[in-house]
Ligand binder design. Structure first.
Ligand SMILES: [Zn+2]
Ligand SMILES: [Zn+2]
Length: 162
């Protein structure tokens, strides 16, 4: 593991609202070691600057009450959209009927009608081969956590009624 950041280093690099994955209990590496999958994992954003709690730098995140050790907080890569062609393997390999005439000649088409273009999240799709993703994460990506939870929307709605 890399050397953990001090609170000062963290604050100079990662402003409040930074997307993170927080492990308030145990880290996944340790969970694997003791053969458990039962540990809390939060995909969230920071909601405070880091500070030193005794010898340990901690930070607060949305969805959790106390400070969490920086050692238990990983940066969460932000989601990026990409365009993908989706369809049967044979079509992705350019081996279906439409790419070849009966005489075995290349028809010269770019892509067959069995493929459709879709958007996917590049960050959360699993690349199994160069340029090939399985599974592809949908876009908008479910991993994208809104900057603020819905409570602000409720506040706004109530304010309008008043
Ligand atoms: Zn994503
Ligand atoms: Zn095809």
């Amino acid at each position: 593991m890399t050397q953990p950041l001090t609170a000062e280093q963290w604050n100079s690099r990662h402003p409040v609202g930074t997307p993170v994955i927080a492990y308030p209990g145990i880290r996944p590496e340790y969970a694997a070691e003791i053969r458990t999958t039962d540990y809390p994992r939060l995909e969230t954003v920071t909601r405070s600057r880091a500070w030193n709690l005794g010898p340990e730098p901690v930070v607060m995140v949305d969805g959790y009450a106390g400070g969490i050790s920086l050692e238990h907080v990983d940066l969460r890569p932000t989601c990026t959209p990409m365009d993908l062609f989706v369809g049967p393997e044979i079509c992705l390999d350019r081996e279906c009927d439409q790419y070849m005439t009966d005489g075995g000649e290349d028809t010269g088409i770019d892509q067959c009608s069995h493929l459709r273009q879709e958007q996917a999240c590049e960050t959360h799709s699993v690349e199994v081969d160069a340029g090939r993703f399985d599974p592809a994460a949908p876009w908008p990506c479910p991993h994208t956590v809104r900057d603020r939870p819905q409570s602000s929307a409720i506040v706004r709605a109530t304010a309008l009624e008043g």
